[in-house]
Design a protein around this ligand. Sequence first.
Ligand SMILES: Nc1ncnc2c1ncn2[C@@H]1O[C@H](COP(=O)(O)OP(=O)(O)OP(=O)(O)O)[C@@H](O)[C@H]1O
Length: 448
Amino acid sequence: MAQRITNLIERTRAHRGNRVRLVGASDSPLTARSVLLPAAGIVLGADSACDVQLEDSAVSRKHATIVPATGGFEVADLGSRNGTWLDGSRIERAMVAAGATLRIGHTLVQLLPAEEAIDIPPSDATSFGELLGASEPMRRVFAVLERASGSHAPVLLLGESGTGKELAARAIHERSPRRGGPFVVFDCGAASGTLIESELFGHKKGAFTGAYRDHAGAFASAHGGTLFLDEIGDLPLSLQPKLLRLLERSEVTPLGARAPERYDVRFIAATHRDLWADIGSGLFRGDLYYRLAVVEAHLPPLRQRKTDIPILVRALLRANGAIDSEVEGPKLERLLRYAWPGNVRELRNVIARAVALALPGSEFEQMPIVLRTETPADAEPIARADVPYLEAKEALLERFDRDYCTDLLQRAGSNLSEAARVAKIERKYLYRVLARAGIRPRPSEEDA
Ligand SMILES: Nc1ncnc2c1ncn2[C@@H]1O[C@H](COP(=O)(O)OP(=O)(O)OP(=O)(O)O)[C@@H](O)[C@H]1O
């Protein structure tokens, strides 16, 4: 059973045993379903005598068996007509890693391991490196990060933008036995596929047009230290197998190199995306997820831990050179009522601006606080009468729909049922609003 350390255990509680998740491949409309895997394994096929019957014309009567084993799943093809496929290769019998996806006929079969999520009590600390917070959700995060810093295991940091994922990664490195080594940040969302490949894995002189000299790549540069893979959810699907091999073997073959090179690197990855939803829709590999998420920390959005706001404001006032003053009164009330879509980064900007605009020596209560959704007196008006009334109103409503839907889908991790719940509207109506706003949602895993 895979043991993972995390501060979010609800999902794993729901499914404790080994499972397979069956999804229709892109050319088949099959609804996703999950099946628990007994220790003896299962036979999949079109025949009604199989443990799992697949209504798929490309599946043989007795197609394949899947048996849970230590460290993965043993998969055997039973001489099927169309074969059992993994990563584009036909397999007869193989040990397959947890999280991997097989293709049988028009059906995708995800292999999901039994999990034991370890629920650790909140830490007593109210900070971890530069991360601050005394609320229970933050102290639960600190407990996970404290464990993570003592080990060599890969860490996955999840949370909305501005919740402190990069700060957490730096702090883990600083507290780990690798603190004397480099901390290398690599942003998987910042470049195109080929560029990412050479920047992350390195290249040899002459590997492609413009490769004038050898280039070490982020992995080699992090030797003896930590590689922080930011926005891992944006790593192109085509590069994910190469990263998986790197995680499994600690070796990489740079572009144009003849032999693999070995390095000693600890991995920390982060994303603001719902990776689980991306796995469901085939954008992210499940086996890579399980490799990266040995320790998984969910950084809560600021709106779920508003009791931390006074502590954060006080620290931010100090960092910006303001005099020490009580953080209370109507100004604090406003900060507590606000939803903080940009999380602590937004709070940091609001306080930095307040200090910059305030008279020297001002106390917090006298500072000008400007929040994004509040219109300051001197702000641009949202509409002008230089176009006809109906036209201006239409343009404003269009913009409203676009902004609202973009934010809504981000909050709901592109899950449309969740989005409809958050917006408190019918799903059908949500489809219409999205279409009007010209937004095409990604497929979600909501049927699983
Ligand atoms: N718990 C916290 N305590 C103190 N400061 C914080 C905390 N969380 C975030 N910050 C502040 O917010 C800024 C943004 O944090 P960070 O870059 O780590 O966020 P992130 O989650 O990695 O965002 P993104 O997903 O956009 O990269 C930090 O520079 C820091 O000033």
